[in-house]
Write a protein that binds this ligand. Structure first.
Ligand code: 5GP
Ligand code: ZN
Length: 115
């Protein structure tokens, strides 16, 4: 497993910075976003330090699949039944601010939506 001592999310993985955990195993960590965009907003990250989606190699294919299919499981556990979004921002023009790969998982009631 790779760790970057200057990386915010590596510090969260190491427990040096607290987080509100949703799920954890040997490969991945899910925790609530500190500035949620919606009623439910958590991040799924690999525990190993991968800076961006552009740095992922075929060796991480299973890890990426695990993150992808974990999202609906965790949303179901959190009682979100109306749907959600999974978003990965990559690089400067992708709006990425934290350079440790993370998937935003965003859902919950949308009071502003019609119907
Ligand atoms: P990005 O723009 O890189 O895709 O998103 C980074 C996300 O990380 C943002 O939604 C931001 O609110 C979240 N974030 C930044 N610092 C922290 C932190 O210390 N703790 C948690 N839980 N989330 C953070
Ligand atoms: Zn990191």
């Amino acid at each position: 497993m790779h760790t970057d001592p200057d990386c915010l999310f590596c510090k969260i993985v190491a427990g040096q910075i607290p987080s509100k955990k949703v799920y954890e195993d040997e490969d991945v960590l899910a925790f609530h976003d500190i500035h949620p965009w919606a009623p439910v907003h958590f991040l799924i990250i690999p525990k190993t330090h991968i800076a961006t989606m552009a740095d992922v190699t075929p060796a991480e294919q299973a890890l990426m699949g695990k993150m992808m299919i974990l999202a609906p499981q965790l949303m179901a556990q959190l009682g979100v039944t109306g749907g959600f979004r999974q978003i990965i921002n990559t690089g400067r023009d992708g709006g990425q601010e934290v350079y440790h790969l993370h998937m935003h998982v965003i859902g919950g009631p949308r009071p502003w939506a019609k119907g």
